[in-house]
Structure formats: structure tokens, C-alpha cells
Design a binder for this molecule. Structure first.
Ligand code: IMP
Ligand code: MG
Length: 327
């Protein structure tokens, strides 16, 4: 089974938790990161310890899995080397030799006036992508400290059957389908995520679209039904960015038309709902669908019905075990 996990909203849906859960449960031979680059912040909590990863796949929690980063992903060597050290996973990590290197200059350019207007993460991703497009970027093959990790990710992922692919950001931040120009620097859909790691459209079996039970957005751009920070705090929805520490904006609503469109373009086969316990009190750490409150059950059924894709995973707390698996 080859499964892609992508975000259905504005990033920060909780992809990290879902990827780690699937990495433990489905025991993939490879967990491979697609998506943009270290602008992402994926959180995973294992045995009470919180990891915030920006490049290394969250599937590191399964110590048997090979960890790869696809050719389409932008690499900040300092971020990656630190994450390999933190997780002790260096000896099972591989980076595609065609991946683009983020340089100090990219980070400087990512804090200019235009980047500030967009509210970028300042991680250098936009400028690095731009240099790649104009063919002046450097690749990881030119970076001696990364040499021992270089591999052909496309070859590895195509040679294994049980592969988990981790996307980044969310559909509404897609440079193609999102709220342009208030987007990230490339498409964030499932097709692009597959291409990032060297997998073609026919080699993907499942596409899990992660949807948080309420909507948040970080950075500038349109955001319907936005509520004040006080109101978000009162509801228990207020969040802060993993990479930037900035306060996330909160909306009072789920944007159903956006979710429907995202499900179609991603060709989602499954929906994973995260933070159901935050939206509906009384569902913390619940591990079976029957034990959810009626209100929470109705919400899940409503989402499934409206989007037209089955909800197969439900998150009810930060730990991996706080997951209802209906697959
Ligand atoms: P960039 O990707 O750093 O260029 O930022 C462009 C926009 O995407 C900004 O609004 C960022 O806040 C947003 N963004 C980028 N990556 C993430 C993410 O992983 N989670 C949430 N927002 C993100
Ligand atoms: Mg994040």
C-alpha cells in the first residue's frame, strides 16, 4: 500500500500526528517526505516527548522505517542535521541528490518587504524555489556535509510496496489552487506531493486528507469568518506556529466549499479529522467511535456526507494512541 497524507486546510491540520500514527500502525518500509521544505512544522508526541520536525519525516517514530526526503523538497542542511541528531535517525535517512539547497542568502531574501506582506515563515523556501525555477539554485549534491545521505529516492520508493508519503502545508496554501498570492511557493496537493518523491499517479493507493475540526491560518491572506484572539482563546482554539511562534488566526467555521474542492483535486480516499476533542468537550482520549458524544458523532457524519469521502481516522488527543481507526 502506498499512502499519501496531505493537508486539507491552511497547514497545521495535524499531519504530523496522523503520519506518525500510520507509521506505527501500518509499519511502512519507507516514510518519505514530499511538500515544500522546512517552512513546515510537524509535531509528534511519543511517550510524552514532543518533537517538532521541519524536514525529517514524522514516521521516524517507527524505528524500522527508512526515512527519505524527495527531490522536490527544499533542504536547509542545518535544520536537517539537527533533526537527525535529535531523533538519532541519521543512519536510516536518505536525501534525493536532486533536492534543492536553501542558502543563507535565501533566508535573508525571505524577510524582505514582500515576504513580510505575505507573512512567510522566513525559512528561505520562496527564494530557493524561485532560484530553482530560474536555474541558479544549488543542489544538495554540492553540500559536502550531506554527501553520505544522498540517494535516488525515486528508485527506493518505486521498489517498495508499503510506503507512506508525508505532504506539507495545506491545500488552501497551494500556489496553484490556494489563496494566491497569499500562498506558499508551490502546489501542495497530493499529485505534486507524489511527484516530489518520484511516484507517478498510478502508483498511489490511498490519499488521506487531514482536516482539523476547526480552521486556523497563519500569515496574511483572506480568511472567512475570522474571530478575535479573545474569542479563539475562550473556545480553546488559539494556537501558535511551530516554526515561527506566531499566533495563528482562527475562523468560526469549517469552510465546506473549500474542503469539497480540496477533496476532489487531491482525489482523497480518506479523511482524517484531528482535534475533535478540542472542538467537542467530553471526547478527550476516546478510542472508539461508539464512545464519542452524540454531538461529535453527528459532526463526523456531517463532514463525511458533505465532502463525500469516508472519515477513517479521528484524533481525540495529542498522543498516537488517541486515535480512532475506522479503516
Ligand atoms: P512560506 O511558505 O514560508 O513562503 O509562507 C507563505 C505562507 O504559507 C505564509 O502565510 C505562511 O504562514 C504559510 N505557511 C507555510 N508553511 C506553513 C505551514 O507548514 N503551516 C502553516 N502555514 C504555513
Ligand atoms: Mg505546522
Amino acid at each position: 500500500m502506498r499512502t499519501i497524507v496531505v493537508g486539507g486546510q491552511y497547514g497545521d491540520e495535524g499531519k504530523g500526528k496522523i503520519v506518525s500514527y500510520l507509521a506505527m500502525k501500518d509499519n511502512p518500509e519507507i516514510v518519505v517526505r514530499g511538500g515544500v521544505g522546512p517552512n513546515a512544522g510537524h509535531q509528534v508526541r511519543v511517550n510524552g516527548k514532543l518533537y517538532s520536525l521541519r524536514l525529517l519525516p514524522c514516521g521516524f517514530v517507527n524505528s524500522r522505517a527508512r526515512l527519505l526526503i524527495g527531490a522536490g523538497v527544499l533542504i536547509d542542511k542545518d535544520v536537517l542535521l539537527k533533526e537527525m541528531e535529535l531523533t538519532g535517525a541519521a543512519d536510516r535517512t536518505g536525501i534525493d541528490r536532486n533536492a534543492t539547497l536553501i542558502t543563507p542568502d535565501h533566508k535573508i531574501r525571505d524577510s524582505d518587504d514582500h515576504a513580510k506582506k505575505i507573512g512567510t515563515t522566513g525559512s528561505g523556501c520562496g527564494p530557493a524555489m524561485s532560484d530553482r525555477v530560474t536555474r541558479v539554485a544549488r543542489t544538495v549534491a554540492e553540500e559536502p556535509t550531506l554527501e553520505r545521505y544522498l540517494t535516488d529516492v525515486w528508485k527506493e520508493v518505486n521498489s517498495k510496496k508499503n510506503v507512506l508519503i508525508e505532504g506539507s502545508q495545506g491545500f488552501m496554501l497551494s500556489n496553484v489552487y490556494g489563496t494566491y498570492p497569499f500562498t506558499t511557493s508551490k502546489d501542495t496537493g497530493a499529485s505534486t506531493t507524489a511527484a516530489d518523491v518520484g511516484l507517478g499517479p498510478r502508483s498511489i493507493d490511498r490519499v488521506v486528507m487531514v482536516v482539523k475540526a476547526y480552521t486556523t491560518r497563519i500569515g496574511a491572506g483572506p480568511f472567512p469568518d475570522e474571530i478575535s484572539m479573545d474569542e479563539a482563546k475562550r473556545l480553546g482554539y488559539q494556537e501558535y506556529g511551530t516554526v515561527t511562534g506566531r499566533a495563528r488566526r482562527t475562523s468560526a467555521a469549517l469552510h465546506m466549499e473549500d474542503l469539497k474542492r480540496a477533496a476532489v483535486i487531491n482525489s482523497a480516499t480518506d479523511i482524517a479529522i484531528t482535534k475533535l476533542d478540542v472542538r467537542f468537550k467530553g471526547n478527550e482520549h476516546v478510542r472508539s467511535f461508539e464512545k464519542l458524544t452524540d454531538e461529535a458523532k453527528d459532526f463526523v457524519k456531517m463532514l463525511e456526507h458533505q465532502i463525500g469521502v469516508p472519515v477513517t481516522l479521528i484524533g481525540t488527543g495529542p498522543d498516537l494512541e488517541d486515535t480512532i481507526d475506522l479503516r
